[in-house]
Design a protein around this ligand. Structure first.
Ligand SMILES: O=P(O)(O)OC[C@H]1O[C@H](O[C@H]2O[C@H](CO)[C@@H](O)[C@H](O)[C@H]2O)[C@H](O)[C@@H](O)[C@@H]1O
Length: 258
């Protein structure tokens, strides 16, 4: 048994379990379209859902993509917050805002940026666009070179840039994973939260868990560790596990907790 999980013992029915998708439920792969959840993910989430107040996936992906790539549609009571909380999927129903003019502009601009940079790819997520450098000859150098260009496009389009694992996302401001966690806690009345992440976009969720903890909630932060995981998140975590297989093993322990 992972000792820190004991903090949730006796309060599972008031616990929110919130999980990032890429790098946490799904191993990192070279193409965003090829990312799928580790086999067994839906089963373990179903087991956890039977014990806790709520299981949620909070992701930078469109919510429906996370449901599809994760084969998560049948996990009982699952809520998926996509685009950092802009979208909500539950019970097969998707709540989503209308198109954003800024994203339309950014879509054109990032296509121009990618066209002249070998190995740089655009992921069009409809409510945001992402520039991926994982397949560039030097992914880290490509990311650094692109950053000021992405910042300029975001400023022109009224968007914000969220960096991640060899990716720069241009997305609407006003939502983040911290706000998403706070909303989930408020709607469930949870008195405990377990949040698992791996990347820079997860840091607002970590901050929210810590702030909620200071007002009495029991908070556990899990880092799904790998070479590219955020060092800041790793340092802040209560529990560090080896990537998606480690997350899955931890969730099995959680489902079996007293
Ligand atoms: O919030 P998340 O669920 O962690 O999503 C963050 C971004 O993850 C995806 O990109 C990352 O995973 C890809 C597939 O493994 C990988 O190729 C890429 O290098 C990673 O950055 C996704 O493509 C983005 O849209 C998400 O926002």
């Amino acid at each position: 048994m992972t000792p820190r999980l004991r903090a949730l013992s006796g309060r599972l029915d008031r616990t929110l379990v919130a999980l990032d998708f890429d790098g946490v439920l799904s191993p990192i792969v070279s193409s965003p379209d090829a990312a799928v959840a580790l086999p067994g993910t839906a089963d373990v989430l179903t087991a956890v859902a039977g014990r806790v107040a709520r299981v949620a996936v909070v992701t930078g992906r469109p919510a429906a993509d996370a449901v599809r790539l994760g084969s998560l549609a049948d996990v009982p009571g699952l809520v998926v917050l996509g685009h950092y909380g802009l979208q909500r999927w539950s019970g097969g129903e998707l709540t989503t805002p209308g198109a954003d003019d800024g994203v339309d502009l950014a879509r054109r601009r990032v296509a121009e940026l990618a066209a002249v940079r070998p190995g740089v790819a655009v992921e069009d997520k409809h409510h945001s666009v992402a520039l991926h450098t994982r397949s560039a000859p030097d992914p880290a150098a490509a990311l650094a070179e692109l950053r000021p260009h992405a910042d300029a496009v975001a400023a022109e389009a009224g968007l914000q840039v969220t960096p991640g694992r060899f990716v720069l996302e241009l997305r609407p401001a006003g939502v983040d994973k911290g706000l998403a966690i706070r909303a989930l806690v408020a709607e469930t009345g949870a008195t405990a939260v377990l949040y698992a992440g791996d990347d820079l976009g997860d840091l607002p969720a970590v901050a929210a868990v810590r702030e909620l903890s200071s007002s009495g909630l029991v908070g556990l932060v899990v880092c799904s560790d790998a070479e590219e995981a955020s060092a800041e998140l790793r340092a802040a975590a209560d529990i560090v596990v080896p990537g998606p297989p480690g997350v899955q093993a931890l969730l099995r322990e959680l489902a079996a907790l007293d």
